[in-house]
Every structure is written in C-alpha cells, then in structure tokens.
Design a protein around this ligand. Structure first.
Ligand SMILES: Cc1cc2nc3c(=O)[nH]c(=O)nc-3n(C[C@H](O)[C@H](O)[C@H](O)COP(=O)(O)O)c2cc1C
Length: 202
C-alpha cells in the first residue's frame, strides 16, 4: 500500500520547501493530497517560476518525475468535502511547508478553518503526524506561544533551519537538508542527504 501524505503550502516565504517536498514524495510510491492556500499561490508566484497556470504542468517544468505508482490529488483550500477534512480518512501524516504564522495561530487555537486548518486539526485529534515548517523571523511572543501550544497538542514544529555540518554548497543543498528531515519524520526512505555517523560526510 502506498503511503498517503497530506501536503499544504501556505503563504509564508519558502514555497520552494513545499515544491521540493512534493518532488521528493512523488518520486516515491506515495499518494499525495495537496492543498495550496490563496496566499500560498501568490507567494509562490512571487518566489518561483510559477505563473498561476495548471499546477501539475508547473510541477513537470519544475523537474518533478513521478514514480509509476505515485499519485497527486489537488484540493481547493475551501473544499471541506475533500478526504483530508475527515477523521475517517486514514493517512500517514500531514506537512505544512511552509507554514505561515497565520495558519500556525489557527491550528494552535483550534479554528479548523478551511481545508488546511481542518485537516491539521483532524491530525491533532486523531493523533496523526502533523509537521509544521513554520517560517518567520524574528518570532514574537505570540508566535512562540502558538508553537508551544501546537507542539503540546502533538504537532512537530520544524522551522527550516538547515545544519551546516554537511557543508552545503547550493541553495538546493540547504532546502534538501530540511526536506530530508521531514521525510525522516514521515518514515519515508530517501537519499537526499547523508546520515551523520553512517555515511562518509566530511
Ligand atoms: C512575499 C511574502 C512573504 C511572506 N512571508 C511570510 C513569512 O515568512 N511568514 C509568515 O508568517 N507570513 C508571511 N507572509 C504573510 C502571509 O502570506 C499572510 O499572513 C497570509 O495571510 C497567510 O495566509 P495562509 O496561512 O492562509 O497562507 C508573507 C507574505 C508575502 C506577500
């Protein structure tokens, strides 16, 4: 059985994290349910070559090479009838990459608004993995408190903070380091980065 992973892309800076994660997931036998917030699309248009055209076409141009059994379902962020909105939909985890402070706040306060907020809320109540690539700097006391509340409810707070011990040379190396850690938490095998103490790193 292919793993089922929910991916959401919100309007924080760092659309590339969501894109790189999609590329990595779809290269494997994974069924991805994707939702992009309205702000997420706008920021993606600003930060990448995405021009607002069909997203799957853009992914092809981005170099996404799908595994023969991979599948991508894209859901409107307002579609509360999509599978990820229900606790009866069994899946292997949800990643919000990047996650804005707005969406973090909504999750921390249980607003369950829209498909992304509802799917995240469902992960917490059903005790399924919820990984938030929160992106903002500096962080206010409100942001920090919201991260603490979401973590206490079961979310994994994973701000994109790449390590430098593996000597990155490109932006892709930095992004891959964060995406690799996400895949680790989803228990998905990958070779995006070398393992400290296992592979020859230096
Ligand atoms: C270019 C750009 C970059 C932004 N970067 C961030 C960011 O890094 N973190 C953040 O929390 N919000 C950021 N925002 C603001 C969010 O897009 C805004 O709060 C939005 O309402 C988030 O909505 P969403 O969570 O539904 O996607 C940015 C906005 C723009 C236009």
């Amino acid at each position: 059985m292919n793993k089922k992973i929910i991916v959401a892309i919100c309007g924080a800076s760092g659309a590339v994290y969501g894109l790189r994660l999609l590329k990595a997931l779809l290269a494997r036998p994974v069924h991805v349910h994707l939702s992009i917030s309205a702000a997420g699309r706008k920021v993606m248009r600003h930060e990448t070559a995405y021009e607002g055209n069909a997203f799957k076409t853009f992914l092809d141009a981005y170099g996404c090479q799908c595994h023969s059994t991979a599948r991508l379902d894209i859901h409107d962020p307002d579609d509360l009838f999509a599978p990820p909105a229900s606790g009866s939909f069994r899946h292997d985890g949800m990643v919000i990459a990047p996650c804005s402070m707005k969406t973090l706040g909504a999750i921390a306060s249980g607003l369950a608004e829209g498909l992304i907020g509802r799917a995240a809320d469902v992960c917490l109540k059903e005790k399924r993995p919820l990984i938030l690539l929160t992106r903002e700097s500096p962080l206010s006391a409100v942001h920090l408190e919201n991260m603490g509340r979401a973590a206490a409810a079961g979310a994994t707070i994973m701000p994109p903070c790449p390590g430098f011990y593996f000597r990155p040379e490109t932006i892709e190396d930095l992004v891959d380091h964060t995406v690799a850690r996400v895949l680790d938490h989803l228990h998905i095998e990958h070779d995006l980065i070398k393992q400290w103490g296992v592979d020859d790193i230096l």
